[in-house]
Design a protein around this ligand. Sequence first.
Ligand SMILES: [Zn+2]
Length: 68
Amino acid sequence: MVCIDTPMATSPTDDGDELLDQFLSNRGHTVERVGWEQEYNKKQCPDCGGLHDTAATTCSVCGWEPAR
Ligand SMILES: [Zn+2]
């Protein structure tokens, strides 16, 4: 027997979110980037995908900050 790897089991930082955003955009939805993505105990910038400590308030990579 050979175990079959699921796509989700590869990497948590894959491009799945981008693909989902593109999918939603293609369907005519506007994707509001209002908050951080959560990656385990890190925050992930939804704009560039950069990972930051949970104490971060803005993205030091692209300058994104969450809308309030
Ligand atoms: Zn960023």
